[in-house]
Every structure is written in C-alpha cells, then in structure tokens.
Design a protein around this ligand. Structure first.
Ligand SMILES: Cc1ncc(COP(=O)(O)O)c(C=O)c1O
Length: 448
C-alpha cells in the first residue's frame, strides 16, 4: 500500500520553494556532482530547474529519493520500464544469469531466443542487437544507404532519432531558422556536425504526405530512406493522422525508397508489436531499444533478411552488443512480463488517465490538450491539438515546468520532465495509483 505524499505548503511558498524544502540532500549532492560531471549528471537523465532530485532506490511503480520522499513514477526512464522497477521475474532471472556470467565474448543461444521473440511481434525476418536506440537508428541509416547505394535520408522535423550525426538534425530547431513549412531547412542540433552530413539529411513535416511527396519527387533517385517515429514521442505525444503511415508506405514503395520506423519509444509499448502492429504498416527496417530490455541497455535493428545481413560485411559489431545480461533481460521481458495479457490492462489505465485529465481540464477551463496512444500519453499546455513540430512550439513551456514541479511535490512524477515528453504506465501500476494521479492533477490545476 502506498500513501501519496501530502504536501504541507505555506501559502507564501511557491511550488519551487516547496521542492527545495523537500530535497535538501539532493541540492547538496548536485553541487558536488557539478564539480566532476558534465552538466552535473552522469549522462542519461538531464538536469532541470532548480536542480534534480537524486534517487536512492526504486521498486514496483515507485522511486525513493535521498531525502526519503516517495514518488509514483510515470517517467519510467522515458518508457524503458514498462515492466516497472525491479520486476520480480526480471530480478530472479538476472541473478541467475550473473551466476552464469555477464560477458562471454562468444556467442550464446539466448540471442536467438530473444530475436525470435521480436520476430513474433514485428514484421521482420532478421535481428541484429545493439546497446541503445542511437546505435539502432545509426545502423538503420547505414544499412539503408548500403542496400540502396543512395546517400540522402529524410527525417521528420522536431523528431528525435538519437545522436548519430545524420540524425541529430532539426531535433528542436530555432523557429527563426526553420524555413518554409512544407520544405523545412535542415538545422543541425548544435555544433560539431559536419555540413556535408547535414546536406544529406532532408527534413519533412510530420503528418503531411503531400510535402513528403514533393521532397521525394525533387530528390528522385537520391534518397535511401525515410525515417519516421510512427507516433512522435519527443514533442509530447503526436499520433499519426488517419492513413498517414499507410500513405507513407505507399509513397516510399512507389519512389523506391526504404521506410524506417524508429520504434525506440513505440515498440512493444503502444501494442505488443509496436506501431507496426497498432497501425498495420510494415516498414523495411525497424529500430528498437528502451522497453524491449526491461531496464538493461539494449537495442536492435531488424527487418528484411537481405538488408539486416548487411551488418556482417560492414563489420557492424559492438563489444557489449548482445551481452548475456541485456539479452536475458530482453528475453524475460518479452516472454514473461510484457505478455499479451498485460496490454489490455495497460490500455484501460491509459484511457482512464487521459479521460481523467480531460475532465479536469474541462472543469477548470484550462488551456491544455491531452494526447496519447494506449499506455502512453501526456498533457500539452496549448489550446489546439498538436499534429507537428511547428504546432508544438506554441506549448507553454513555463507552465509545463510549474505543473511538473507541483506534481512532484505531491509524490507523482507525472511524465518525463518537460513539455516534449510523455507519461507511461507500467504493469506494476494499479487502479488506485491512476486515481491518485488524477486527484493530484486536480490539486495543482488551479495554480496553472
Ligand atoms: C525515438 C527515439 N529514437 C532514438 C532514441 C535514442 O535512444 P538512446 O537514448 O537509447 O540512444 C531515443 C531516445 O530517447 C528516442 O526517443
């Protein structure tokens, strides 16, 4: 049984002051960390204002910070932990695997077992494991270029597909630099990406099939692949409009261009077989990571055998790829935790959370929209539905920050930090927690 933290706020204290009052040890730890860690963080979780709380431990649907505060976690490591924290089946299996070895440097049969689980869920023939989403999308681009002999790729404006040079483009472009709506400019995400790489990454708006058609037509014969995150999940949650993905499939087939789905966030999450399953569309290559590994570092690139086999001649290996621990975590997660039976409950909870937010928004006349697909969703502080990056730029980021801190003060990490992320529900959340999340939102809404 979990009791949500009751916040005793003095009327003259802001939410941010309340946060500081509750997280004094974290503040000290952050000061120390800034001396030795770039940005004060280790490399995964980014910092946020006024400073991040530091985690002591996690279990089930909860996280405990170093000051003893408990949080019901809907960030779940950006959706990695759909099985929740420390799922007993995963812990037991990993302990056994540690006793049998953590790294072999030689092949082991569990890789086949894990690959077969992915092949059962996704329309793919072959799998190559990686260690992260960035590696998976990077491999996907390399394989597409290799297979087609062409160099240009198209990615979606505002989409995040990892940090590889060809993909770290127009992730969050400055609105003064984005160019025409139907023909966005390729804007590098920061310094250090060679201009020659950027020129081969073309940018298209999401949910606009005509714009994509024009871009492909104007670059006929030169484009290797279109990479799309089928539900954009790095600008809140932006679902594809009806027919967009199937039209994209048709168009890329007509133009002899490969279609890559970046299912790093959608895969095994919005349905057992991700977006391919949910929307019934079959891409040529799928990049996977996050939830397939239940919390251990893993990724995979999968697709038609003749394309994925290209990893061999090009020597796309990684010392840690398919390491026994991550592979065992993947196998257990897919075989024993995220089973077919897990999804109906997650969908029901997802729908309840979205409906609960929508009711509160309506009752309080808040300018906000709720967007999501099954177990993933989120609130965006804007008056209109968001269908692409440019519409997302209208979201009130300052309000999103206040909402997030106020919810955290009430023991709920409502979604990943920021207006560009989403919530996820794990198999270890229960009905009562979903209702408590909605209640906490009711408490904070009048201050937003
Ligand atoms: C859609 C998408 N693709 C790729 C990546 C990169 O994955 P990783 O952080 O595992 O490198 C992310 C990470 O958030 C992502 O959301």
């Amino acid at each position: 049984m979990y009791y949500r933290t009751i916040v005793h706020r003095f009327d003259n204290m802001s939410e941010e002051e309340t946060y500081v009052g509750r997280t004094r040890t974290s503040r000290e730890l952050y000061k120390n960390a800034q001396q030795v860690l770039a940005g004060g963080v280790g490399g995964s979780a980014p910092s946020f204002e006024p400073y991040p709380f530091f985690v002591d431990r996690a279990e089930g649907s909860k996280l405990w910070d170093v000051d003893g505060n408990v949080y019901c976690d809907y960030n779940l490591c950006w959706g990695v932990l759909m099985g929740g924290h420390c799922h007993p089946k995963l812990v037991e299996g990993l302990k056994k695997q540690i006793d049998r070895g953590t790294m072999y440097g030689f092949v082991h049969d569990n890789s086949r077992a894990a690959a077969e689980e992915l092949i059962k869920r996704f329309p793919v023939e072959k799998v190559r494991f990686t260690n992260s989403g960035s590696e998976s999308t990077h491999y996907a681009v390399r394989l597409a270029r290799r297979y087609t002999g062409k160099e240009k790729i198209v990615k979606i404006e505002g989409g995040y597909n990892g940090v590889a040079d060809p993909l770290h483009v127009s992730k969050m472009p400055d609105i003064s630099k984005v160019g025409p709506e139907e023909r966005p400019t390729s804007v590098p995400h920061g310094k250090g990406i060679p201009s020659g790489v950027i020129k081969d990454t073309l940018i298209a708006p999401f949910n606009d099939i005509e714009a994509m058609q024009d871009i492909l037509e104007d670059n006929r014969g030169e484009v290797a692949a279109v990479m799309v995150e089928p539900v954009m999940m790095n600008k809140g949650v932006i679902p594809p409009e009806d027919g967009y993905l199937s039209e994209l499939r048709k168009l890329t087939n007509e133009q002899n261009v490969l279609l890559i789905f970046d299912e790093v966030k959608t895969g095994v999450k919005i349905a057992p077989g991700g977006a391919c399953d949910h929307y019934g569309v079959k891409p040529d290559i799928i990049a996977l990571a996050k939830a397939i590994g239940g919390g251990l570092p893993i990724g995979a690139v999968a697709g038609k055998g003749e394309i994925i086999d290209g990893v061999g001649p090009e020597g796309l290996f990684g010392t840690y790829s398919a390491n026994p621990l991550s592979i065992e975590a993947c196998r257990i997660t897919l075989q024993d935790i995220l089973t077919e039976n897990a999804y109906p409950k997650l969908e029901r909870f997802g729908e309840r959370l979205m409906a609960g937010y929508e009711d509160v928004i309506e009752d309080f006349g808040l300018k906000a929209v709720v967007q999501g697909v099954n177990a993933v969703g989120g609130i965006l502080f804007t008056e209109h539905p968001v269908t692409n990056f440019r519409e997302w730029t209208d979201v009130d980021k300052e309000k999103a920050h206040r909402y997030w801190i106020a919810m955290v003060n009430r023991g709920i990490i409502p979604m990943s930090y920021g207006a560009d992320e989403e919530w996820l529900i794990s198999v270890q959340h229960d009905e009562e927690e979903i209702e408590e999340h909605i209640e906490a939102f009711k408490e904070v809404v009048s201050d937003l």
